[in-house]
Design a protein around this ligand. Structure first.
Ligand SMILES: [Zn+2]
Length: 285
C-alpha cells in the first residue's frame, strides 16, 4: 500500500496578519487547527515545520499554534525563512554567507528550545534554498534534513554531499513534468485534485501543505476567505486514508529515497494546463 507522510510548513510573511498566515485563520476559524484535528482523529502524526525566525513579532499567535499542535499529538520541527530576520533581505539560506547562516540557526534553535523545551531533530529550508555551508551547520546541530528538492536550482547540494556531511535526509518526492522539464512537489496548492489523488494511490508520497493553504489570496494579500477548492482536495486525501487505500506514516518510518515512478500522460497534461492557467492567467487560485 502506498505510504503518505504529511508535512506542513508554518510561517508568516506579513506581520500585520500573523493569524491568517500561522493559524490559517478565516471567517470559518483556524484551518491549521482543523488539519491537526483531522490528523489526530486518524492517529496520524504530521510533521509541522515551524519558522522560528522573527517570532518575537507574533509570540501570542505562535503560542496558540504550538498549543494546537501539541494538543493534537503533531510533531514540530524547524523551518527557517531568512527574510523574517531583522535586516535580512534575502529569501534563501544559500544566498547568505556562512556567518549569516550560523547566526540564523543559532537564533532559530534558541527560539525553538524556548518555546518547545527540547532540541529539534529535523530541518526544512525556506524556499528549499540550501548549500554545503547549510549542511555543515545541520551536521553541527545533528539535524536531519527535509529540504532536498530534486531539480530545484536553489538546492545547491547533491545526495553524496549529505553522506559526506553525515546528515540524514528525507528527500521531497516530486513529479517530473516531461513537457516542461520541471519537477513539482505533491502540494495541496500546486496540483489539481485528480492528479493528487492518482499520485497518492500509486506512489509513496511526501505530501505538502502550508499553515495558510486554505486561505484565499487576493493578489499578494492573504485574506480571511476560505479557498473551497483546496478544502475539497484535502478531503479527497483524507477519504483515501479512511478507505484504507493509502497508509499514513511517521517521519521516523519514512526512510529511503522515495522518488515517484512516473506520471501518466493525462496527469502530466492536466498539471501543465493547470499550472499555466494559474500562473499566467490567474484563472485559478
Ligand atoms: Zn516555508
Amino acid at each position: 500500500m502506498p505510504r503518505l507522510l504529511f508535512t506542513c510548513d508554518v510561517e508568516c510573511h506579513d506581520p500585520r496578519r500573523p493569524e491568517n498566515w500561522l493559524l490559517g485563520r478565516t471567517v470559518d476559524g483556524s484551518w491549521l487547527e482543523w488539519v491537526a484535528r483531522e490528523l489526530q482523529k486518524r492517529r496520524i502524526e504530521g510533521v509541522f515545520f515551524v519558522d522560528f525566525i522573527g517570532c518575537e513579532k507574533w509570540p501570542k499567535t505562535l503560542d496558540r499554534v504550538l498549543d494546537i499542535l501539541t494538543e493534537c499529538g503533531q510533531r514540530v520541527e524547524l523551518h527557517i525563512h531568512p527574510s523574517n530576520a531583522q535586516q535580512c533581505q534575502k529569501k534563501r539560506l544559500n544566498e547568505l554567507s556562512q556567518e549569516w547562516q550560523a547566526t540564523l540557526f543559532a537564533e532559530a534553535i534558541e527560539n525553538y528550545i524556548r518555546f518547545i523545551g527540547k532540541e529539534p531533530h529535523c530541518f526544512r529550508a525556506g524556499a528549499y534554498g540550501l548549500n554545503r555551508q547549510t549542511l555543515a551547520l545541520l551536521s553541527e546541530y545533528k539535524l536531519a534534513d527535509s529540504s532536498y528538492y530534486p531539480g530545484k536550482p536553489q538546492v545547491e547540494v547533491t545526495l553524496p554531499d549529505y553522506t559526506e556531511f553525515q546528515v540524514a535526509v528525507w528527500p521531497i518526492t516530486t513529479l517530473f513534468l516531461p513537457f516542461l522539464h520541471k519537477h513539482v512537489k505533491h502540494d495541496l496548492n500546486i496540483l489539481p485534485r485528480s492528479v493528487l489523488a492518482n499520485q497518492i494511490l500509486a506512489n509513496d508520497v511526501m505530501f505538502f501543505l502550508h499553515s495558510f493553504s486554505f486561505n484565499r489570496f487576493q493578489g499578494r494579500v492573504l485574506t480571511s476567505e476560505v479557498n473551497q477548492r483546496v478544502v475539497r482536495r484535502m478531503n479527497t486525501i483524507l477519504r483515501a486514508i479512511d478507505e484504507g487505500v493509502v497508509s499514513p506514516v511517521r517521519l521516523d518510518d519514512f526512510t529511503g529515497y522515495l522518488q515517484t515512478t512516473g506520471i501518466s500522460l493525462f496527469d502530466a497534461c492536466t498539471t501543465v494546463l493547470y499550472c499555466f492557467l494559474r500562473s499566467h492567467l490567474g484563472l485559478l487560485e
